[in-house]
Design a protein around this ligand. Structure first.
Ligand SMILES: [Zn+2]
Length: 429
């Protein structure tokens, strides 16, 4: 589904539903708008249940001020108009009160973006605007003054956030990423001291390796390939629903018996991904007309070096990532299932996934099926699609328990002798 082919009112309804369903706004809070090519503004109404909006509820505001629709537009229409006036490049605005970011806004701090490379790349930079009464001219002035300086993300003191973009999906990606970065920072603060990366290191992550792969046109799609495409899409959508993937973050691949593999495409919305959005990689070439995820070369090397690995996932789950942005060791000896699935998790430094994929690929083994890539992602391997997905879920659930344990007492790990007992019972090497 191409987002830009949806009518502005449908775009607003779709994004508002996603925001509401992920618990990132309340029934009465938040407003979205789009400025179309005619200069008209489409905006959510005020005082209407955000959990059951339809396209007929969206207000159509003409440049001369005429308003068409069954409801009054949001009381925040003046700040939307003022931002559009100051920044002609901005064509969509998202305003909401997501809980973790609001936590930052009430202590009047900004979340640190240089803790995860994707967060920094997606969000760019951000600023904070002084407090003013909702709906007031003063609030509008405070917000538009920050947008006029070139910022696309403005946190509002004791209120929420306003995000601008070229289209509403771009705003949503920034919004979702910013809230998950805020959540990650809050989680990570409980386990250790947060590490950031320098802007110069970020340049390493801007790799275009995948773009130089040659194209090929598949002449047939085997039943095995079709089944793997179907199962991957089921698990990718589930990963998005469970918060393990973001709308355009999270890489999933699976190897086929002939040595080729399927991988997610770059920049395609994981919530609406279809079988056709997966890219077949065969003999070092990519399926024509598609762009694979940026880590395609790393996945390729992992498959080449490890015949037993049949699926690889790279993700940024918000609790497991707390260990990727601090130096704190992630020790899965919490419950037997965590140890059996995750074993001995190893770490690789920030730059390795870009400059030393040989080393990263070599680190996988039966004893180390999971790698923590500092300030970057969690890499999980599996003997099957479901095994890799299960490991990712276990990894996040284990991290969640460890972080919760920080609040209530000293954690007691399964002892060395107990580990030996598990190794024996489950035939682990
Ligand atoms: Zn508000």
């Amino acid at each position: 589904m191409k987002f830009n082919l949806l009518h502005p009112a449908d775009q607003i309804v779709q994004i508002m539903n996603r925001i509401y369903d992920s618990g990132l706004t309340t029934t009465s809070g938040g407003n979205l708008s789009i400025k179309d090519d005619n200069g008209d503004i489409w905006i959510t109404p005020g005082g209407i249940d955000k959990g059951s909006l339809t396209r007929a509820d969206i207000c159509h505001v003409f440049p001369d001020g005429k308003i068409v629709g069954p409801h009054k537009p949001s009381v925040e229409l003046p700040f939307h108009s003022s931002v559009y006036e100051k920044r002609p490049d901005i064509r969509a605005i998202l305003h909401a009160h997501p809980p973790k970011l609001v936590a930052f806004s009430v202590v009047r701090k900004l979340p640190e973006l240089n803790i995860v490379s994707n967060s920094r790349r997606t969000c760019g930079s951000l600023t904070i605007a002084p407090y003013a009464v909702p709906g007031s001219e003063k609030l509008g002035d405070n917000i538009s003054a920050e947008f006029a300086k070139g910022f696309n993300i403005v946190v509002l003191e004791n209120h929420g956030v306003v995000i601008g973009g070229e289209n509403l999906f771009e705003c949503f990606m920034r919004f979702e990423t910013l809230e998950s970065t805020a959540r990650l920072q809050i989680n990570a603060n409980k386990v250790g001291k947060i590490k950031t990366f320098a802007d110069s290191e970020l340049n390493l992550s801007v790799t275009r390796d995948h773009l130089i792969m040659d194209d090929f046109v598949p002449n047939k799609h085997t039943p095995e390939e079709c089944a793997v495409r179907r199962d991957m899409i089921t698990l990718i959508k589930r990963s998005y629903r469970c918060g393990l993937f973001g709308s355009t973050r999270g890489t999933f691949s699976a190897r086929l018996t002939d040595g080729s593999f399927l991988i997610t495409s770059y920049g395609v919305d994981r919530a609406y991904m279809t079988e056709d959005d997966l890219v077949l990689i065969k003999n070092g070439m990519k399926e024509a007309g598609k762009v694979p995820s940026r880590s395609v070369m790393l996945h390729k090397r992992i498959y080449e070096k490890h015949p037993e690995i049949r699926s690889v996932i790279g993700a940024e789950p918000p609790h497991a990532m707390a260990f990727a942005v601090t130096d704190t060791e992630f020790d899965p000896r919490t419950i037997p299932e965590s140890y059996i699935q995750l074993r001995y998790v190893q770490r690789v430094n920030f730059s390795s996934v870009y400059v030393d994929i040989e080393k990263v690929a070599d680190m996988f083994s039966e004893r180390t099926p999971v790698l923590i890539c500092e300030n970057n992602q969690i890499l999980v391997s599996g003997e099957s699609l479901l095994n890799a997905f299960d490991r990712l879920e276990v990894c996040e659930a284990t991290a969640k328990s460890i972080i919760s344990a920080c609040d209530i007492g000293e954690m007691v790990h399964i002892s060395e002798d107990e580990v030996k007992e598990i190794d024996k019972a489950f035939n682990l090497k």
